[in-house]
Design a protein around this ligand. Structure first.
Ligand SMILES: NC(=O)c1ccc[n+]([C@@H]2O[C@H](COP(=O)([O-])OP(=O)(O)OC[C@H]3O[C@@H](n4cnc5c(N)ncnc54)[C@H](OP(=O)(O)O)[C@@H]3O)[C@@H](O)[C@H]2O)c1
Length: 344
């Protein structure tokens, strides 16, 4: 049984490839740059498969599971989903991009017919929040409102920054009555105790606005992150910059600048960081609250993505899945260093 990791020489892809090789998974490292792919394969003592996206079908035909780590995923998920459906290969990725989740969810029936699973979001976004959503729904099955949030520590990688810029002009998003609706950036703010006392927080267009709906069926969803008030105000003002960020040459220049200048997080930051996850579900009368504590976001991503790939290699579900529907909400508790669920 083999796992092909695409984007394997990127910051996160390389960490996942190292972990997968350490766990004795039969790994093929892949990416569009031949030299970088072959150097990595040599270092990890595994097979190299350099190829561009348009050559995906011929290059994944003999593998069991594809784990796509090449983001921004808006640019990469499409050719891979087509290739996976064509070659009957299970698809996983580490996207956090809301529009990508929605587009992949639409391929559910085709995936079932092909007998494969489409499982995006097996990184920090959305494993812990999605599992917490599933857990809250188990506690209050009649809930019609769900709020999720996280208080991370540490820095983010250049690939994540490039993905944030990719979607910056799209503003905020929440789910209302089952539909995803546009709202201004940081349009709601409130005080939230993520697990270390109350902090200011504001809404963000996080992937769970898409995925938590498929996990729980709850039709009203907001996602918050810890955000000091001045930052929330700046996010609201950023609406004025949206047209500029939506201009393709500006977007590409910013992404190129980031790729050339941003590094990290470092091994030490990954080892020392932690993240607090909070959620509440309500049916209008009763509100239940639960929390999780996790390792630093990239450390969690590496463990979650590798464990999800192992699970799919062993016993693949079919159709479009979220982490909690594929493996149950308790999946997150199997990951190293995760503590919870802390229920109120
Ligand atoms: N879900 C989560 O919690 C989570 C956690 C970590 C990262 N991520 C996401 O994962 C992605 C990668 O992050 P990173 O930190 O590893 O970034 P990175 O270091 O910039 O690596 C990106 C990788 O993707 C490849 N790539 C990008 N666009 C491509 C395209 N159009 N065709 C082929 N290959 C392409 C790059 O290849 P080249 O170098 O050849 O361009 C590189 O191998 C980002 O979108 C980030 O937001 C998500």
């Amino acid at each position: 049984m083999s796992l092909l990791i695409y984007g394997a020489y990127g910051y996160t892809g390389e960490l996942i490839a190292e972990e997968a090789v350490d766990r004795d998974i039969d790994v093929i490292v892949a990416g569009r740059n031949e030299v970088k792919t072959e150097h990595l394969a040599e270092r990890l003592d595994c097979e190299a498969r350099p190829f561009a996206l348009n050559a995906a079908p011929a290059n994944i035909d003999d593998v069991d599971v594809l784990l796509n780590c090449a983001g921004p995923f808006t640019d990469t998920y499409g050719p891979f989903i087509e290739a996976c459906l064509q070659t009957k290969t299970h698809y996983l990725d580490i996207t956090g991009e809301l529009s990508v989740f929605e587009a992949i969810a639409e391929r559910d029936r085709e995936a079932e017919q092909a007998g494969i699973c489409l499982l995006p979001g097996v990184g920090f976004d959305v494993v812990p929040t999605d599992c917490l959503a599933g857990h809250l729904h188990d506690r209050l099955p009649g809930a019609d409102g769900l709020r999720l949030g996280f208080d991370p520590s540490g820095t983010i990688s250049k690939g994540t920054l490039a993905s944030v810029i990719e979607h910056a002009e799209e503003g905020g998003k929440v789910r209302r009555g089952g539909d995803i609706v546009d709202v201004p950036p940081a349009h709601r703010s409130r005080r939230i105790d993520f697990g270390q006392g109350e902090r200011d927080a504001a809404t963000i267009p996080w992937g769970d606005v898409s995925t938590a709906y498929y996990t729980t069926g709850i039709e009203n969803i907001e996602v918050y992150t810890a955000m000091p008030k001045p930052m929330a105000n700046a996010a609201r003002f950023s609406r004025l910059a949206s047209p500029v960020l939506g201009f393709e040459p500006v977007k590409r220049s910013l992404q190129a600048l980031i790729r050339a200048t941003v590094t990290g997080p470092s091994e030490r930051q990954r080892a020392e960081g932690e993240c607090h996850i909070w959620g509440e579900a309500t049916d209008g009368e009763t509100t239940v609250t639960s929390r999780l504590k996790t390792p630093e976001t990239y450390a969690l991503t590496v463990d979650a993505a590798t464990t999800a790939a192992e699970r799919v290699l062993e016993s693949p579900p079919e159709g479009f899945q979220t982490p909690a529907t594929a493996f149950t909400p308790e999946f997150v508790l199997e990951l190293d260093g995760v503590e919870g669920f802390f229920d109120e």
